[in-house]
Design a protein around this ligand. Structure first.
Ligand SMILES: *[C@@H]1O[C@H](CO)[C@@H](O)[C@H](O)[C@H]1NC(C)=O
Ligand SMILES: *[C@@H]1O[C@H](CO)[C@@H](O)[C@H](O)[C@H]1NC(C)=O
Ligand SMILES: *[C@@H]1O[C@H](CO)[C@@H](O)[C@H](O)[C@H]1NC(C)=O
Ligand SMILES: *[C@@H]1O[C@H](CO)[C@@H](O)[C@H](O)[C@H]1NC(C)=O
Ligand SMILES: *[C@@H]1O[C@H](CO)[C@@H](O)[C@H](O)[C@H]1NC(C)=O
Ligand SMILES: *[C@@H]1O[C@H](CO)[C@@H](O)[C@H](O)[C@H]1NC(C)=O
Ligand SMILES: *[C@@H]1O[C@H](CO)[C@@H](O)[C@H](O)[C@H]1NC(C)=O
Ligand SMILES: *[C@@H]1O[C@H](CO)[C@@H](O)[C@H](O)[C@H]1NC(C)=O
Length: 626
């Protein structure tokens, strides 16, 4: 065990060893990392003066009450459906116990940190400090020292490529007391590990003018079977004639991480091509924790361009907001994800929960292997998402493109199976994604073609962190019953939250990127597309004087699914496997063939479509009747 991570456990029986004013409390290790990331080596203690940003998560004793509100206000059959809570009410439910807050304040003061050295979230449930390594080590007596890792050997091995200078940056930018604090060095700049935007190609030639039958039974342009545009999605999902309002209070949010920037010139060019009435309109940009919106071509931006172009283009004139959140969250490496590209969701949540008004529908196309996200951090982030649900926000996340979880799963790419646990035991397992695995969000998988079938890369599976929420018991148990007994035993957790919940087209989206029309694939496409239709439903409800839909899943699993196009076709043979079949009703994703368990995992992905794709007009009838 390399780095030990500290936890101050409250309230706790034994006394702290040293003389402190905190009788009755002790520090204990709650989570720790089990060695350096693969390809990295232990280097040296971090310099004492190096500044760490530590985020301290105070326990939220009233979270069970908050969760109860979530189930009630999101359940169309409950008397309180739509009775969302205010910012102040939510903050009261997320706040720490006053005694906890007081003990932490005293503990910080003991180390010279006064109120002026502390940043607090609006619910006071997060406390952020910036302290030198030396002080952090003093404060966290269970953490002997903070260690730096180096990737030197790795770079030497890759000596045929461009020589990289090994720059050592020490340790964590973020940690959580009362929760984990993994301490990692990331010395190379990582590309976005977005859930999608894989395979980029030039666009196909223009449409022929003929039509084919779409999933809603209407005629759609035949070109939509090879290139997806704003017009195609409106045709396919039965919303051709629906106009949104600019002024009914409805709004759409798109999140960005990892410095993904949306290029304003590309956006206008996209509008000219695909959403002409939106041409000349703009969005609101919000930078959180130093997040960028760098307008240079060459800055990272394919993901952000995709998300904003389709999100805003489909819903114009609904006002749009693009959030760019900077920073790095805690992280446990696994074989798939050697460096830290995990997204700092807690910064975004802290910001958005502090706002009086929040867009009612928000799309996120970023995700991480669940096991690389420390469990306590994942739980805290997921709790924040529940809070947004109670405030009336629908959160959509893409399900990921890794299928079983080795990240890049394409027929033309050799599979390098890395589906193992990262707890030091290297146990073979599927790798679910987070936040897709959070039970308080709606997770969107991908489809391809007309008629729609499951896309070969679409991610799905079962969480190892979150139990199956009761809203999906029937759907998931029915699916599990179709598997032969013992199928994939030990490789997935049948009691975990299963995803995706729904899906959308996800292949050959025509975006403008650096001045060029470009086709992109991925569940990254599916999330903003699905979210746009949810935003239109919210628009219809607000115009009718009703509340926003808020957390969608209780509705989707009880009634909404009847207005979704069930995907029953699609099986995805991976390497040397027979593949699984899509089923009628709900289906999850990712499965791995266990045949050669000890040596080589072959991979297959089954239909990963949840309950399927939207039929807007049918959904509108349902949501206007609630
Ligand atoms: C706390 O803030 C004060 C005022 O900015 C600063 O002088 C002091 O060094 C800070 N203390 C620590 C421990 O960072
Ligand atoms: C939507 O707007 C377009 C353009 O302004 C208009 O032609 C159309 O009739 C509108 N549709 C509805 C259903 O109001
Ligand atoms: C984002 O850009 C800033 C400034 O260029 C840089 O300091 C930071 O490391 C970048 N963050 C990520 C996650 O790439
Ligand atoms: C649109 O908004 C972005 C982000 O706030 C800003 O940088 C840009 O200048 C705006 N463009 C126009 C045409 O107003
Ligand atoms: C924006 O991106 C370009 C291209 O990657 C880079 O050269 C430039 O330094 C970035 N600007 C900022 C402010 O980070
Ligand atoms: C759509 O394209 C797929 C793949 O090329 C093809 O199998 C299917 O028949 C096409 N659909 C229609 C309605 O032509
Ligand atoms: C399986 O999921 C449950 C939650 O549903 C969790 O408590 C348990 O730890 C998971 N098992 C493994 C091996 O991850
Ligand atoms: C998929 O369906 C085919 C045809 O019905 C069947 O032969 C095959 O066994 C099924 N595969 C699985 C894994 O259920």
């Amino acid at each position: 065990m390399l780095t030990r991570l500290a936890l101050l456990s409250l309230p706790f029986a034994a006394a702290l060893a040293s003389a402190t004013p905190f009788k009755g409390y002790q520090q204990k290790v709650k989570e720790s990392i089990h060695g350096p990331p693969s390809g990295w080596y232990k280097y040296a203690p971090a310099p004492k003066h190096h500044i760490l940003e530590l985020k301290i998560a105070l326990p939220q004793p009233k979270f069970p009450e908050l969760e109860q509100h979530l189930w009630e206000v999101s359940d169309p059959s409950h008397a309180r459906y739509g009775a969302h809570l205010s910012k102040q009410e939510i903050e009261a439910l997320m706040a720490p116990h006053p005694e906890t807050a007081d003990v932490v304040r005293k503990w910080l003061a003991l180390h010279g940190l006064a109120e002026e050295n502390i940043t607090r979230s609006s619910a006071n449930d997060w406390v952020t400090i910036r302290v030198p390594v030396g002080l952090a080590e003093e404060m966290l007596t269970t953490m002997p020292r903070i260690i730096m890792f180096t990737s030197t050997l790795r770079l030497e091995r890759a000596s045929s490529g461009p020589r990289a200078t090994v720059s050592l940056r020490s340790c964590t930018t973020m940690s959580i007391l009362f929760s984990p604090l993994p301490c990692l060095l990331v010395s190379r700049r990582s590309r976005a590990r977005c859930a999608g935007t894989n395979h980029v190609r030039p666009t196909d030639s223009s449409p022929s003018g003929s039509t084919i039958t779409g999933p809603a039974g209407n005629q759609v342009d035949a070109s939509c079977n090879s290139t997806i545009t704003v017009s195609c999605l409106r045709q396919l999902y039965n919303a051709v004639d629906y106009n949104t309002s600019a002024t009914n209070g409805n709004a759409l949010g798109i999140t960005g991480y990892l410095n993904e920037s949306t290029n304003n010139i590309d956006l206008q060019q996209f509008y000219q091509l695909q959403s002409p009435s939106a041409y000349g309109s703009n969005y609101t940009f919000v930078s959180i924790h130093g997040g960028e919106n760098n307008q240079s071509y060459g800055a990272a931006g394919l993901e952000a361009n995709l998300d904003t172009q389709f999100g805003f283009g489909l819903t114009w004139p609904t006002p749009g907001t693009f959030y760019s959140t900077g920073g790095e969250p805690p992280f446990h490496s696994d074989l798939m994800t050697e460096s830290n590209t995990n997204e700092p969701y807690s910064y975004w949540l802290e910001y958005v929960l502090s706002q009086d008004t929040i867009p009612q529908s928000i799309s996120t196309s970023y995700g991480d292997d669940e096991q690389t996200v420390p469990r306590s951090y994942a739980i805290r982030v997921c709790n924040g998402m529940a809070a947004l649900g109670v405030r009336g926000v629908s959160l959509m996340f893409s399900s990921g493109d890794g299928g079983v979880g080795d990240g890049v799963v394409y027929p033309d790419q050799p599979l390098k199976h890395q589906c193992y646990s990262n707890d030091g035991l290297k146990t073979p397992m599927f790798l679910p994604e987070f936040p897709a695995s959070c039970p308080y969000v709606t997770t969107v998988g991908g489809t391809i073609n007309i008629p729609e079938t499951a896309a070969y890369f679409s991610g799905g599976g079962f969480s190892n962190y979150f139990r199956r929420p009761s809203y999906q018991d029937d759907a998931v148990l029915a699916y599990l019953a179709t598997l032969a007994p013992g199928t994939y035993k030990g490789l997935y957790n049948s009691t975990g939250r299963a995803y995706p919940d729904v899906s959308s087209q996800s292949v050959s989206f025509s975006v403008v990127y650096e001045g060029q029309a470009t086709l992109v694939d991925g569940t990254s496409c599916a999330a903003p597309a699905f979210t746009a239709f949810i935003s239109m439903l919210n628009d219809a409800r607000l115009t009718a004087g009703k509340t926003a839909l808020g957390f969608l899943n209780p509705f989707l699993y009880s009634a909404g699914y009847t207005a979704l196009n069930d995907i029953t076709e699609g099986r995805n043979p991976g390497c040397q496997t027979e593949g699984f079949n899509a089923t009628v009703g709900w289906d999850p994703g990712e499965f791995m063939n266990a045949a050669n368990k000890a040596t080589f995992y072959t991979l297959i992905i089954i239909a990963v479509t949840g309950y399927g794709t939207p039929n807007f007009e049918k959904l509108k009838v349902l949501v206007l009747a609630m």
